[in-house]
Design a protein around this ligand. Structure first.
Ligand code: ADP
Ligand code: MG
Length: 279
């Protein structure tokens, strides 16, 4: 009997040596305070612009970014996703966009940020599962890029963070499908976009929604976009598209027969009546 036990013991010791020799990734120590979001961004390779710093440190559950093309809004939301995944165990982060190509792009930029972090500089959970559209960290957190379909979106429950990229171009029905995933978690909704006409969910929330923390950035205020580039864009796009894409202006939806401002003016008393006013 003792001979058999000795064999088992030797086997157990050998196993133990093998296990100890493995490089086991270490989870961030829960007793150590997580890094600031700005330090996290720096470790991922970004010195944040002032608006980005404000956006990532906001504690609001509802964030709207109305920003020029190339101003860094997807990067900012990718950092929010990465931070949430690393420092909230079992987080579920959903990324939604008008198409799977776009949500996949946001997902990949977030993945690149996580991969860029040197674990000797900042302890973050290792990626234990990764595919083109989803990843899982060893702390149980998941980040998932959703296709632009309602059925798939409704399949998820209990998201802790939902990011809607190019939100003005996401159909209202899709936004309606994703919002209930936050109902039981008190989770965050972050919607970012360039304008796309005076219509739809994003426009309404930007202009009259309540409880949102809003960030607005025009291209001229982005340090990475040059005046020469913008002058060239203005020439090639024309003023209307330029102002929409780079100066955050909502235009009338193309289908509207009368402009909203014309209608607004028509119903105020400032408008001179066509007839009937005493001379
Ligand atoms: N704070 C920053 N520092 C350096 N590069 C940045 C910063 N923010 C964004 N970028 C870079 O600027 C480019 C545009 O950013 P992106 O987030 O894709 O813009 P948007 O989604 O607003 O069009 C990307 O190459 C991104 O890596
Ligand atoms: Mg973007």
């Amino acid at each position: 009997m003792s001979g058999g036990g000795g064999g088992t013991e030797r086997y157990a010791r050998r196993l133990l040596r093998q296990v100890q020799a493995l490089e086991v990734p270490t989870l961030p120590n829960p007793d150590v305070a997580p890094p600031s979001r700005i330090a996290f961004a720096r470790a991922a390779g970004f010195e944040l612009d002032a608006w980005q710093q404000e956006a990532v440190t906001s504690t609001s559950r509802k964030l709207l970014f109305l920003c020029s093309r190339q101003s860094g809004k997807s990067t900012t939301s990718g950092l929010l996703a990465g931070y949430e995944a690393c420092f909230t165990p079992n987080a579920l982060i959903l990324m939604l966009a008008p198409s799977l190509r776009q949500s996949g792009e946001l997902f990949r930029s977030c993945l690149r940020m996580l991969q860029a972090i040197d674990p000797d500089e900042l302890a973050v959970p290792a990626i234990v599962n990764e595919s083109a559209l989803r990843l899982e960290l060893e702390n149980g957190s998941r980040i998932i890029a959703l296709p632009g379909s309602e059925a798939t979106t409704r399949g998820y429950a209990a998201a802790t963070l939902v990011i809607v990229d190019e939100a003005a171009r996401v159909p209202d029905a899709l936004i309606a499908a994703v919002r209930p995933t936050l109902a039981t978690t008190n989770g965050r909704l972050v919607a970012l976009s360039t304008p796309y006409g005076k219509r739809g969910w994003f426009y309404l929330e930007w202009t009259s929604g309540t409880g949102w923390d809003r960030s607005q950035v025009q291209a001229k205020d982005c340090p990475r976009i040059s005046a020469e580039f913008l002058a060239d864009e203005l020439r090639s796009l024309g003023p209307r598209v330029f102002v929409q894409e780079y100066e955050c202006e909502f235009f009338e939806a193309d289908t509207a027969a009368f402009s909203t401002s014309l209608i607004e003016r028509a119903v105020t008393s400032d408008v001179t009546p066509l007839w009937g006013r005493a001379a």
